[in-house]
Design a protein around this ligand. Structure first.
Ligand code: UD1
Ligand code: UDP
Length: 381
């Protein structure tokens, strides 16, 4: 096979920042801003895993980011995890070959991160994994496979907490582990005041601060299977009945698709008090979350943001890779069974919201960029 691997000495002193999904854009935005602030050469590759305006460009607008230097298309056409990852691997590799950066940063556990890390590893570039070391220990989850694989092929593992760093150490990873906090803290700190001032979402929805719940659900294990999704809806119906207050549900396109495919959309719209709305931009979502009395979610990022914003969280999963949020009393992992969810909601409605945030102090981006920009120009394996 023709070798197209760049010579190490020829790599450019620039870093590629790979994004590809809604949370990826949000969590990488502080790094992009920090690289800009320092004048450190960088460019963004958008791997195209998310492509609808409301999961993609809306965040470039809200976060004030320049359009990415590279944006892959055709990923939208793919159906399976392997096929999707392969399409992004090929596209990212082509962009990396063109630019020859010496370092590549990925963030999180979605398929595009595995594609980015693998493309960079194969080209001998320095691989940095932001949000390294998280573990749900649930080997059924695609995100768990991705995290484990990315951690093992990274040169730098930027772990949000000591606990995450310990997970990575226990896995005998090769790279250097640096505990930085999670960049979501940086993102929330930068945007929460703007969100509180600028967003009119509560008025638009006609709801009052402190008098509604927020719901999000998009995980494969919760929405793809008809019986599970139906159970989730019945749980929400019971909750709506019991608490009789608006439950605002900005709905992920995957969930809309599955509700339609399983013939459950009308059941969802028929639940009194359940307010199905389009996915929100970042400022609107932060304002909605900051002012609710409680959030029910299967999202990783929202468990973190709720903890940062002192909002009680009930996680609609059997496990979490963010146990620090549970340890400080900000989050209860309830699963989706109605009795368990109702009992978790009851306990969290009365909880004192005075925990300290265990996932970072808002300097993660500074630490990551500082480490990456001072790595040697040629990397010794
Ligand atoms: C992906 C991640 C998940 C992350 C989530 C963030 C993996 C394995 N999953 O899940 O960890 O929590 O992103 O939101 O990487 N769709 C659209 N428009 C889009 C994107 C998706 O309509 O812009 C619909 C399509 O029908 C698509 C489905 O959502 O088939 C699933 O999208 P995909 O990116 O494969 O997974 P997510 O569920 O978004
Ligand atoms: N989010 C948003 N609008 C919404 C729902 C979520 O801006 O309507 C943001 C939220 O603030 C968080 C991120 O999206 O930062 C979480 O993304 P998601 O739940 O899709 O993925 P996960 O974090 O589970 O990977």
């Amino acid at each position: 096979m023709a070798r197209k691997v760049p010579r190490r000495d020829d790599l450019e002193d620039t870093v590629a920042i790979v994004v590809g999904t809604r949370p990826g854009i949000i969590k990488m935005s502080p790094l992009i801003e920090e690289a800009e602030r320092r004048g450190y050469d960088h460019f963004v590759i958008h791997a195209g895993q998310h492509y609808s305006y409301e999961l993609d460009e809306a965040f470039f607008d809200d976060l004030g980011l320049e359009p990415p230097a590279y944006r892959l298309d055709e990923v939208e056409e793919t159906q399976f995890h392997g096929e999707q990852t392969a399409a992004m691997l090929a596209g990212i590799e082509a962009a990396l070959l063109e630019e020859q950066p010496r370092a590549v940063l990925v963030c999180g556990d979605a398929n595009f991160n595995l594609a980015g890390a693998l493309a960079a590893r194969k080209l001998g570039m320095v691989v940095g994994h932001v949000e390294a070391g998280l573990r749900s220990n649930d080997w059924q989850m695609p995100e768990e496979h991705n995290r484990v694989m990315i951690d093992h092929i990274s040169d730098y593992l930027f772990s949000p907490t000591e606990e995450a760093a310990a997970n990575a150490r226990e896995d005998n990873v090769r790279g250097e582990i640096v505990v930085t906090g999670n960049t979501i803290v940086d993102a929330v700190q930068t945007h929460i005041d703007i969100a509180k001032t600028d967003s009119t979402i509560l008025d638009d929805l006609g709801i009052d601060a402190g008098d509604y719940f927020v719901l999000t659900a998009h995980r494969e294990e919760n929405v793809d299977d008809e019986a599970v999704l139906s159970d989730v809806l019945e749980t929400i119906a019971e909750l709506a009945d019991e608490y009789d207050r608006p439950i605002v549900f900005p709905i992920h396109p995957r969930t809309t698709k599955m509700l339609e495919e399983h013939g459950l959309y009308e059941r969802a719209t028929g639940i009194e008090q359940l307010r199905l709305i389009e996915p929100l931009g970042y400022l609107d979502f932060l304002k909605l979350l900051a002012n609710c009395s409680l959030v029910l979610t299967d999202s990783g990022g929202i468990q973190e943001e709720a903890c940062i914003l002192q909002v009680p969280c009930v996680t609609l999963r059997e496990n979490t890779e963010r146990p620090e949020t549970v340890d400080v009393g900000a989050n209860v992992v309830a699963g989706t069974d109605p009795a368990d969810v109702l009992s978790a909601v009851e306990s969290m409605c009365d909880v004192e919201t005075d925990w300290s945030n265990p996932i970072g102090d808002g300097t993660a981006a500074e630490q990551v960029v500082s480490t990456i920009s001072s790595t040697p120009a040629t990397w010794e394996e």
